[in-house]
Design a protein around this ligand. Structure first.
Ligand code: AMP
Length: 650
């Protein structure tokens, strides 16, 4: 556990749900929890029939005959886009705004449900015209433009499997993901706006596609008007849509047909393609979105996540659209053109629900309360956070300065693998505590266990497990069932899902997350594997050995610190230091670039040869080094520490 998190835990601070909020909230008692505890498969089945419009209603809820390969609603048939779009239009809700999209340069586009459906149908036909069909994989590599959700939905319309790759990934990381899934098509843009600059998406795709023989075509959205190289296999999005037929009936999908895969980092260098299927995923998205955000018909809901991450999938696209919500999409970062940007948008569009990452909140705090005070943000009624633990100081600032002490805060814990929120306060019911994700949504069964799998005592830290299947759970890792079993279901038996997170409960039974227990770092809410960084570094000709660790960072939560041993005959230099950090950025993406890169004559290892990661962390954080008597060569440490302190200006 991070010492900082432990020090911050303060179970005595409580914020009860505001009376006015609780009075109107969807959930203000525990009857749904009780119903789910009494019969959880019946509970999910009832909701599946109520919330989803099926072309063929399921008759079975859970099939648990072959754990951990669980199936949900397996004889049901549906199409997600019908649930997200057509059914609202058919019910007379076509004129409701689905998205107000705001471009980074300030341009805006308002898209109604009817218009979104029309765009999705045309895009779906364009995909078909390019030979994409049910089960084919499509990589999507775009900035946050409307064409991103439209592409995802167009795939879902025809049963193609989307694999969205965050636009910050570098060409080789994109190529790895395309190759792993044998994608047929990439949808990208001529460029993407980010912090006032253009990211040359098409150039990056061209570099990646050169390594990917399965790609037949590249569909290119025009966004930045920048010149791009062109081949016969490239097609402009607008040309393809103009040539496509307008109507595309939704493809009936089995509930267990794959909807999408999304790559995430694990403890090895190879990213995992997390597979989600159609029926259970949609149910998890719909219900969690309703319950946690207390969605009402007139809400203006803003989840600031990029669709390159799972939060964007579930809480920008599928959950909100299936619930007929009006959403905001902002193309840029909160920092551009100034740190006031988000508050200006909240003010102008009268946003009622705002859901973001603790990293963004910490950065906004740095800009000072004046940035938010300049705007009227009184339209807000509910705030959320996701992606990493929130430190209580940030929570309290958010509560006071953004929420005016009247908005409940939902600290939502979940993962790419869980598909939807698992732990969160329920805004009309839960007494919140700054830094705690409180407890499970109805139907979920989190249990904190020790090494042997036995439940730990109240107050003790342990491994967070989920001990009951849930509809939106991952089904496998693309192409690697064995890795799926080994990663998540081996540690405590094949019916216990191992999350990779540590947690503990307090005396009220509320849950506090304690960070990852594996070699995964969470930088600004992005999951990065230390092994991925290490293997990138040793791929550089100057490097003999490398170790990467996560160290505390006041804004990003964690920063990456890398320790590098150079090959014989190679000299340390500031140029090489910059070159190595740049190498990781080119290999994986800028967000994976080490903030601290240290040359080490040797890595501190125990006498049995294990790298002492705790010691490396202390060096990076400028802390006391503690007992180093088990080291092979204690003098090494002082050299590395002196360099670290100099780099960090200590
Ligand atoms: P991802 O799959 O990229 O969304 O990352 C999931 C991981 O982010 C989890 O395993 C946690 O380590 C971390 N995480 C997500 N939400 C929270 C939260 N509310 N509190 C603490 N950690 C979180």
């Amino acid at each position: 556990m991070s010492d900082a998190i432990e020090a911050h835990m303060d179970e005595t601070r409580r914020v009860a749900p505001p009376a006015e909020f609780a009075k109107h909230a969807r959930i203000h008692d525990r009857s749904l929890h009780d119903e789910a505890e009494a019969d959880f498969t019946g509970f999910w089945m009832k909701r599946a029939l109520e919330e989803i419009t099926w072309t063929k209603e399921p008759t079975v809820s859970l099939n648990d005959a072959n754990p951990p390969f669980y199936k949900w609603f397996e004889d049901g048939e549906l199409n997600l886009t019908y649930n997200c779009l057509d059914r609202h239009v058919e019910a007379g809700g076509g004129d409701k705004v689905a998205y107000t999209w705001i471009g980074e340069p300030g341009d805006e586009r308002v898209i109604t449900y009817r218009e979104l459906l029309a765009d999705v149908e045309r895009a779906a036909n364009a995909l078909k015209d390019l030979g994409v069909g049910k089960g084919d994989r499509v990589a999507i590599y775009l900035g946050m433009v409307p064409e991103l959700p439209i592409s995802m939905l167009a795939c879902a319309r025809i049963g193609a499997i989307h694999s969205v790759v965050f636009g910050g990934f570098a060409a080789s990381a994109l190529a790895d993901r395309i190759q792993d899934a044998s994608c047929k098509l990439v949808i990208t843009g001529d460029g993407a706006w980010r912090r006032g600059q253009i990211i040359p998406l098409k150039d990056i795709v061209d570099e990646a596609v050169a390594m990917c023989p399965t790609i037949e075509n590249v569909l290119v959205v025009r966004r930045t008007e920048q010149d791009v190289a062109w081949t016969d296999n490239d097609i402009w999005w607008h040309d393809a849509l103009a040539a496509a037929a307008p109507n595309c009936p939704p493809e009936p999908m089995n509930a267990e047909d794959v909807l999408f895969m999304l790559y995430t980092s694990g403890t090895t260098a190879k990213p995992k393609g997390i597979v989600h299927t159609s029926g259970g995923y949609l149910l998890g998205a719909i219900l969690s979105h309703q319950w946690v955000f207390d969605i009402r018909p007139d809400d203006v809901y803003w989840c600031t996540a990029d669709c390159g991450w799972v939060t964007g999938h579930t809480y920008v696209v599928y959950g909100p659209l299936a619930n007929h919500t009006t959403g905001i999409i902002y193309e840029g970062t909160p920092a551009h053109p100034t740190w006031e940007r988000h508050w200006e948008i909240v003010h102008k569009h009268k946003v009622t629900i705002y859901y973001t990452a603790p990293t963004a909140i910490r950065a906004l705090i740095k800009a000072g309360p004046e940035a938010v005070e300049k705007y009227d943000v009184s339209s807000l009624r509910l705030l959320g956070t996701v992606g990493e633990p929130i430190n209580p100081e940030a929570w309290i600032w958010y509560h006071e300065h953004v929420g005016g002490e009247r908005c409940p805060i939902v600290d939502t814990w979940w993962q790419t693998e869980t598909g939807s929120i698992v732990l969160s306060p329920l805004p009309g019911l839960s007494t919140t505590k700054p830094g705690s994700a409180i407890g499970p949504l109805p139907g979920m069964k989190p249990v904190i266990v020790d090494e042997q799998g036995a439940e730990v005592a109240t107050g003790d830290g342990g491994y967070l497990t989920l001990q009951r299947p849930w509809p939106s759970m991952l089904r496998t890792i693309w192409g690697d069932d064995q890795r799926f079993v080994d990663t998540y279901w081996n540690r405590f038996g094949n019916t216990v899902y191992f999350t990779g997170d540590g947690a503990r409960t307090d005396h009220d039974g509320d849950i506090w997350l304690l960070g990852r227990v594996d070699d995964v770092i969470n930088v600004a809410g992005h999951r990065i594997s230390t092994t991925e960084i290490e293997s990138s570094l040793v791929g550089h000709p100057a490097v003999a050995e490398a170790a990467a660790i996560g160290a505390e960072d006041p804004i990003k939560g964690e920063m990456i610190a890398a320790f590098v041993i150079l090959r014989d005959g190679i000299d340390q230099s500031e140029e090489l230091r910059a070159d190595l950090a740049g190498h990781v950025a080119t290999d994986i993406g800028k967000f994976a670039k080490p903030s601290l890169l240290l040359f080490a004559p040797d890595l501190p290892k125990t006498r049995s040869g294990k790298i002492m990661r705790r010691l490396l962390k202390n060096i990076a954080e400028g802390k006391e080094l503690g007992d180093a008597t088990t080291l092979r060569d204690p003098a090494i440490i002082q050299t590395i520490k002196a360099d670290a302190d100099r780099q960090m200006g200590r």
